[in-house]
Design a protein around this ligand. Sequence first.
Ligand SMILES: C[S@@+](CC[C@H](N)C(=O)[O-])C[C@H]1O[C@@H](n2cnc3c(N)ncnc32)[C@H](O)[C@@H]1O
Length: 469
Amino acid sequence: MTRRSTMPEMVGGVTPRREASSPAVTPGSSRTRKRTRSWAVVRPISAHARKRRGSNRLTVSPKSRIAASTALSDAGGDCTGRLECRSSVRRELYHRRRLASSPAGAGILGVMALDLDPGTAALGNPRLIAAIVAEMDGGAIPFQRFMELALYHPEHGYYRKRGRIGRQGDFLTSPVIHPMFGWAVAGWCREAWERLGRPSPFTIFEPGAGEGHLARAVLDWAEGRDPAFAAAIRYIALEPNSPGDDPRVSWQTPPAAPAEAGVVVANELFDAFPVRLFEATPRGPAEVYVRWDGEQFVEERGPIATIDDAPAEGRFEVNPAAYPAMASLCGLVERGAVLVFDYGYPQEELWAPWRTQGTLLCFYRHTAHENPYIHVGEQDLTAHVNLSELLAAIDDAGMQAWGPVSQREFLYSLGLPGLVEAARGDLQEYFTRRRALEQLTDGAGLGRIRVIAGTRGIEGAPPGFEPLP
Ligand SMILES: C[S@@+](CC[C@H](N)C(=O)[O-])C[C@H]1O[C@@H](n2cnc3c(N)ncnc32)[C@H](O)[C@@H]1O
């Protein structure tokens, strides 16, 4: 499963909008910041979800009922709660314990029932959970910190382990579908190299390179197609977690030293950054905090923040590292380009009034769901990117910004279908490529990824961003 195949399709077309600056997020006053009352954050249930569940009543676990009603009255009394995800684990543990301790249960289970309660292992990696709980120290931490620990804890974070992406992992990305994606990127880089006057060295930086699927395809294409281009390339993968081992690649941990000429390519980097999570309240957006209640992670409301153009209803995310990271990537090449593929929308679409549930999603063994508090350290967490912020960062860095266009449009305009036709002589490869093209350009999956670019010292629109005739 690709990371976004279950997201609702956007309404309307893509309207690139350039924001002068990223939205300001002002933390609440110290009075509100200190407040960590242990109420559960209530989350409105959509009409669709209510219908599906056949009920519009508040569904809470017995222990949470008082807390939830407090939260309800605080939120204005017109919300329905959404705590069943968290309480389902507790319910399961409760039933298991009852079954094991009752005479009937003992009869069902055999001679003597043991207490098989797995404790925190039922919620994910127990060592990671212990580390997060220790950091909480009896209090609450912002959701952003929880997500950071879940994905990037130095020892137990999700991305510290290899094999997360791919058919044996939890989700698929474009470079692992087929090398064709990397061949298209290589062709794009070669065009930039030509327009820059064939400089050598020509540095390709790839932040968030993962295990190196894209790097391998780009370098193979260059070697197979144009030895002069291959000889000029210096490929630098900036990957702080479980990097790959292709010897042609220089594996580095960010930050990197800038290059005179080159391209920066990032695929699904920004949507892997930890996000701040907010819930709209009548008093403004409240930051979502997370604490440990002795058995599971639960949410509570933190301080109220001031956020420009924040949605008035529901949940939404803010990605504080996106703008600075984009700015520093633009600084990596004096002359050249940045090329970014990511799930995202311009801000007005990302925070559209109808999108009341935000975009945070979890991926576990190719299944998407919305509960970040299970499979902790064993599932991916991701949120859509604010493309207006990224384009503003490109602009502010003195580059010419291009896009967004969809990955589908981009790959078609680069001529990817030609690579399918070229394999007609080998039926097996032909069908493999045809299937890969479908996946890479699927309007309900990877084809919805948005592509943006920035150029400096390159004449004209780069391939894939030419104005329509
Ligand atoms: C969703 S994965 C994408 C991997 C790869 N680009 C692909 O398409 O298969 C996100 C990657 O970004 C890396 N990452 C996260 N934060 C990063 C940062 N600040 N700098 C560089 N890489 C980062 C993660 O370790 C992970 O490998």
